[in-house]
Design a protein around this ligand. Structure first.
Ligand SMILES: *Cc1c(COP(=O)(O)O)cnc(C)c1O
Length: 450
């Protein structure tokens, strides 16, 4: 061992920028400031102020030893992951900058980008679950997530138990103990607790703090002892934060281990791309990164670049959309054709309000309107909207409206729909960043025709 660096082992010059400024005079810089430059050094790209789009399938190594070192990182033979760019299924400059910036919003150590929200969720579940394992999940989930757990993971011998979003600590204890018994009977473990909060389209919130306490009580010791690991638990809590993140809810602060996103929604924010991500401690990201390296599914460079642009305005857009939603909901709440609203700014349930107060920093801009009547009344309302577009999805600059019972949740059995509170008189609205008074005028004239 010598202190002098081995010339062959000198890292390649292309690394993350050296002089990263993340605080001034001991004051940490806010995410909105860091979005303009963090993780990108213009000097490495001909001085280009904005990151170029790196359209390449592979990266030239400095020398053979560097190539070997990179592959040691990629294959996990050396801890710490890739320390250079290798091949575009593994990593790329645009994706790395994007991942650095995504991690900032959630206060995470690391993040991974994917070609869609569902790719992120599916690769994560596959990375954590083996035959015999049990997934515990909240309900309702995004339909494709629910389908992946119930119909695809089950093909590989992975079972699941679900609980309603608003479950209490006692209910959570019971469901985790049931999962533990199921796992023991199947020769597996409780592999993951998967949450979605608020749930779509009812906006029911999950008590993440209670889930963590229940997880630690039920699984904390036993599972760790089995594997002989020093980790307190091998069962991470993952949460789909698409509806409120990254601005209005920071689940890693409340006990979640992994936060998942459809970046297609608020983060992308312009309804012009499809992408996804997960973020959390590096130790939780590593198994997912390894599977992504094998399977593919990383976000493409062009989409990553578009997301870098989106991230510069995500706070502005979400703030404005949130303010608009508050004004629109104040109008709708008093309207004679409206039965009630499913809006996080107007919660009537005491326990849900308590979860909101502990977990949420804003009420969001996606909510349900229960119109007096049924499908016919809802359709008349939807067909008469002029500013709001009739489309599924959410979180874009423009206001969207849809009818979950006959669209996004049509495949859900009628009984289960009723159970989840998805009635025929429910219209889901995602408010954009238009002028709030224009939106109110539009809703007013459309409701008049109901
Ligand atoms: C849209 C959405 C997804 C899926 O994301 P895609 O980017 O469409 O794959 C997952 N979860 C929630 C809550 C969503 O709204």
């Amino acid at each position: 061992m010598t202190d002098a660096p081995d010339p062959i082992d000198t890292p390649t010059p292309r690394r993350k920028p050296k002089q990263e400024i993340t605080e001034i005079a001991g004051r940490p810089l806010k995410p909105s400031t860091l979005m303009m430059g963090h993780g990108y050094d213009p000097a490495l790209s001909e001085g280009s102020l904005k990151a170029p789009i790196f359209l390449t399938s592979t990266f030239a190594f400095e020398n053979a030893a560097a190539g070997k070192r990179h592959f040691e990182g990629i294959t996990g033979q050396r801890p710490g992951g890739a320390d250079g760019l290798v091949y575009s299924r593994f990593n790329g400059p645009n994706q790395e900058i994007l991942e650095d910036r995504l991690a900032i919003w959630d206060g995470a150590e690391d993040a991974l980008s994917f070609s869609s929200g569902m790719t992120a969720i599916c690769v994560m579940l596959l990375a954590y679950c083996s035959a015999g394992d049990v997934i515990v999940h909240s309900g309702p989930l995004y339909a494709a997530s629910e389908g992946f757990v119930a119909k695809v993971m089950s093909k590989f011998g992975v079972k699941y138990v679900d609980f309603p979003a608003g479950a209490t600590r006692e209910e959570l204890d019971a469901v985790l103990n049931k999962a533990k018994t199921m796992a023991a009977e199947n020769g597996g473990k409780v592999a993951m607790i998967y949450l979605e909060s608020p749930g779509n389209p009812t906006n029911a919130l999950v008590d993440v703090e209670a889930v963590k306490a229940a997880r630690d009580a039920a699984l904390g010791g036993a599972q760790a002892a089995e594997g002989g690991s020093t980790e307190r638990t091998s069962c991470p809590i993952a949460i789909d934060n698409t509806f409120l993140g990254p601005l209005w809810q920071r689940p890693l602060d409340h006990g979640a281990d992994i936060v998942a996103y459809s970046l297609t929604k608020y983060v992308g924010g312009h309804s012009d791309l499809v992408a996804g991500s997960i973020a959390g401690d590096k130790k939780w990201m590593d198994p997912v990164r390894a599977l992504r390296n094998t399977m593919g599914g990383i976000c493409d460079p062009n989409t990553a670049w578009m997301l870098l642009r989106s991230l510069e305005t995500v706070e502005l857009r979400m703030q404005r959309a949130g303010e608009n939603a508050e004004k629109v909901c104040a109008f709708l709440a008093g309207h004679e054709k409206v039965e009630r609203l499913g809006y996080l700014g107007m919660i009537s349930d005491e326990r849900q309000q308590d979860i909101y107060d502990r977990h949420c920093l804003g009420a969001g801009s996606t909510f349900s309107v229960f119109i007096k009547g049924g499908e016919e009344e809802c359709f008349r309302f939807l067909d008469n909207l002029t500013i709001a577009k009739l489309a599924v999805s959410l979180g874009g600059t423009e206001t969207l409206a849809s009818h979950p019972a006959s669209m996004t949740h049509l495949s859900v059995a009628h009984g289960r729909r009723q159970e989840l509170g998805i009635g025929d008189n429910l219209v889901r609205i995602s408010i954009g960043i238009e002028d709030a008074d224009d939106l109110i005028a539009d809703f007013d004239q459309a409701l008049a025709k109901v």
